[in-house]
Design a protein around this ligand. Sequence first.
Ligand code: AMP
Ligand code: GLY
Length: 425
Amino acid sequence: MKVLLIGSGGREHALAWKLAQSPLLTKLWAAPGNPGISAHATLAALDPADHAAVLAFCAGEAIDLVVIGPEQPLVDGLGDALRAAGLLVFGPDRIPARLEGSKGFTKDLCAKHGIPTAGYVRVSDRAAAEEALGHFGLPVVLKADGLAAGKGVIIAETAEEARNGLELMFEGGFGTAGECVVIEEFMTGEEVSFFCLVDGETVLPFGSAQDHKRVGDGDTGPNTGGMGAYSPASIFTPELERRALDEIVRPTARALTEAGTPFSGILYAGLMLTPDGPKLVEYNVRFGDPECQVLMLRLESDLLGLMLAAARHELAHVAPPAFSDDAALVVVIAARGYPGTPAKGGPIAGLDAAGATIFQAGTALRDGALVASGGRVLGVTAAGASVAEAQRAAYAAVDALSFPDGFCRRDIGWREIARSGPAGL
Ligand code: AMP
Ligand code: GLY
């Protein structure tokens, strides 16, 4: 089986690491990849936005399966183009990818099918938006409709912040993503990420995780793509998982199938565990980054076998994915300046430290030496009998490597460790 993996981040390094362990794999390519991924795959200098080039590459190398890591190519319809050419694809087509690509699409689907989520209105001009604001309490949540690299959400604490937020969105502060805005009710509770392999109406749970979006310790400072994560999230009990499956994920999969646009791939439900039960915050149509890193460390099943089953519409006939009982935790090391402009070119060394698996994200080779080339640079990932043990192992590896231009949070996993109390330490 020849596989092409699209993407170049820490998520894709973790996928490449796991795919490379598959007995089904004969050759792994990655496009464009990164230096860490090149340990498991041959890199191809392809632009995923150039569908014709990706198609030509697949034909030339007799690729069997294409695994699409990031959301942008999915929302752009790379999956449709590859399937039309007869290739197997892990990842949804353009229309089901709107679950992530359009917040309004998802909210309307939830409303139509009674899927629990925050109450909302969709507005496309500022006057209507200001009028609608009057129907919401405070805080209120404003979301630019389209993909905005995780930055399209404003939680306004005051009416003035809400008005300023609307002005920013309608005046192009989020590009075309802000041409349509969703205003929604603020939900309270703890957030968890719940992953499911989906193939039409077949849904196989693929584990839970919690991530840390803020840049600073104690969940302070600006939002980022994610500064760390752990899996599983013990707050997401089997009972809550059953409710999330029955009330949220399965009805979504059914609705898309009935509409003639079935979902195929990994569906990542961002859930709020409210006093009334789990409610949907948002969907993503790909693995989370860095949640993928901890899921891959815990996954015992053959990833390629599962991806192939989804791509071939055979998910109903495979054994559910098996995960280690161990916990896993990832600490992201970012380059100074992130989530603003990150410092580039900082030297990195000592990645072979024992006790952790280090996934690379924003790295590059300069004169044969590894340097930083992006915001999130490394994902130091470790397992342990508890989140506390995994945390100890991950930070030991963080402290053993050398990346003077990098920084990380020192409290990844704090919620879970606080929950388990001193006995968990
Ligand atoms: P999203 O991009 O939709 O995930 O939103 C980013 C973050 O904003 C989420 O992870 C939540 O922490 C927060 N958020 C989004 N929608 C709501 C909501 N309705 N109530 C409370 N917090 C929210
Ligand atoms: N870590 C959040 C995300 O991948 O969207």
